[in-house]
Design a protein around this ligand. Structure first.
Ligand SMILES: [Zn+2]
Length: 297
């Protein structure tokens, strides 16, 4: 089987690292041409859809239903993301679509703070049902979204979602062409290959700052702001990369700029992480956030 790089489409790649999960070994590969790290498994779309509808959340949250621990992280992350957006100058949002919306934490906050009309796309049946109890409008998949006669959105977000999508460049490109307003804001967050373990059965790609920026550039975006941070889990580890992007004004040159020394950067990054964990344990990993007692839905 040939494994094609999701970024530059080269079929030349080498084994990178592997993950043991669910009783099997999942291999991650390093593109020999551009330095992208991606999963070597050959998922079928139907299997992925079925997996996300019923099994994925159970697997990562350890239970079938919405867990308080996961909700507390999502609520905290939503609050931080909205304040980051405001700090970047995003003051008004009329229509916000969140893809991989989970329990609806981010769109709920957007509705409250910007007065935005909101829409969530979430494949997990249990999490979508939870979001609907908050009065949030939800769709079960991107396929269903395509059958809707919706207006465009001036904010689209994918928070810890891009690493799950089989064709990240094509999906981002399509969202820009079909669903984002011409000067709309695009908010993304992914795990950072150089600080976050990054591997999980459903993580098809492991982005670095470089490969994330190239993915966005190829998909026709310009990046307005980029933030490497650990919130809400860490004060010192650069676990996540958050980006605010907008549609580019000129078409992108489709030649991918390669990233070098990926193995070395991964090794150094994870060594730095272990050092910080040892030297600053209280800052490296913060206690899990908790839900407030008098939480407003
Ligand atoms: Zn490549």
């Amino acid at each position: 089987m040939t494994q094609t790089c999701p970024l530059c489409r080269s079929d030349q790649s080498q084994p990178f690292e592997s993950l043991k999960a669910e009783g099997r070994t999942i291999e991650y590969r390093l593109c020999s041409r551009c330095g992208m790290v991606f999963q070597g498994e050959d998922w079928k779309k139907a299997d992925l859809d079925q997996f996300y509808a019923n099994d994925y959340r159970k697997l990562v949250e350890g239970e079938d239903q919405v867990s308080d621990k996961n909700r507390a992280i999502e609520e905290t992350r939503a609050r931080l993301l909205v304040s980051w957006l405001k700090a970047q100058g995003v003051q008004t949002v009329r229509r916000h679509m969140d893809i991989g919306a989970s329990t609806g934490a981010l769109i709920n906050r957007s509705r409250r703070e910007f007065g935005a009309q909101v829409l969530g796309v979430e494949l997990s049946n249990s999490h979508r049902a939870f979001a609907e109890t908050r009065g949030l409008r939800m769709l079960p998949s991107l396929d269903v979204l395509e059958t809707q006669s919706e207006q465009r959105f001036d904010l689209i977000s994918l928070i810890h979602v891009l690493e799950h999508l089989p064709e990240p460049v094509q999906t981002l490109s399509h969202l820009r062409e079909r669903w984002l307003t011409s000067d709309g804001a695009f908010l993304l967050e992914v795990p950072n290959l150089y600080a976050h373990n990054s591997y999980e059965i459903a993580h098809l790609h492991a982005f670095s700052r470089h490969t994330l920026l190239e993915t966005l550039r190829l998909a026709g975006y310009r990046v307005d702001a980029l933030h490497v941070h650990g919130q809400p889990r860490s004060n010192v580890l650069g676990l996540y990369i958050t980006v605010l992007a907008r549609p580019a004004t000129a078409p992108a040159n489709q030649t991918v700029q390669p990233e070098g020394s990926v193995r070395l950067k991964r090794r150094l990054g994870m060594t730095k992480r272990r050092l910080l964990e040892r030297l600053m344990p209280g800052q490296a990993w913060l206690p899990f956030p908790t839900l407030p007692n008098n939480e407003e839905k």
